[in-house]
Design a protein around this ligand. Structure first.
Ligand code: 5GP
Ligand code: ZN
Length: 112
């Protein structure tokens, strides 16, 4: 989609520090990390948020969680624990309108 930062990261127009990529998803380090581990996992297909994913395409959400599980194993933070965050829309402060799952960890996290 034109003018979407994350679509530009997917197509290589904007560089990123990739940690995982396959035909369906991309995972890369957040440019402004709030913790020692801060990775974003996105589908390669543009959806603004969970609200835009139709029932018949909802498997992508489980697939993203499967990749989060893999990254936690591969990067050795599964034992320590981590947080998965998906900001959806205005009240959650979603800044980038391409659905993304934050993986946040590497320290003890406070709630809200
Ligand atoms: P949101 O508030 O929409 O859930 O989070 C958007 C996240 O995207 C923020 O944590 C922000 O730091 C990150 N971000 C925004 N632009 C870029 C970029 O160009 N590259 C990377 N790697 N992260 C970005
Ligand atoms: Zn996009």
């Amino acid at each position: 989609m034109d003018n979407c930062i994350f679509c530009k990261i997917i197509n290589g127009e904007i560089p990123s520090d990739k940690v995982y990529e396959d035909e369906k998803v991309l995972a890369f380090k957040d440019i402004n990390p709030i913790a020692p581990v801060h990775i974003l996992v996105i589908p390669k297909k543009h959806y603004e948020s969970i609200i835009d994913i139709q029932d018949n395409e909802m498997e992508i959400v489980a697939y993203i969680h499967k990749i989060i599980n893999k990254i936690a194993h591969d990067m050795n933070f599964k034992e320590d624990g981590f947080r998965i965050v998906n900001n959806c829309g205005k009240n959650a402060g979603q800044e980038v309108k391409h659905i993304h799952y934050h993986i946040i960890g590497g320290k003890i996290l406070k709630w809200a």
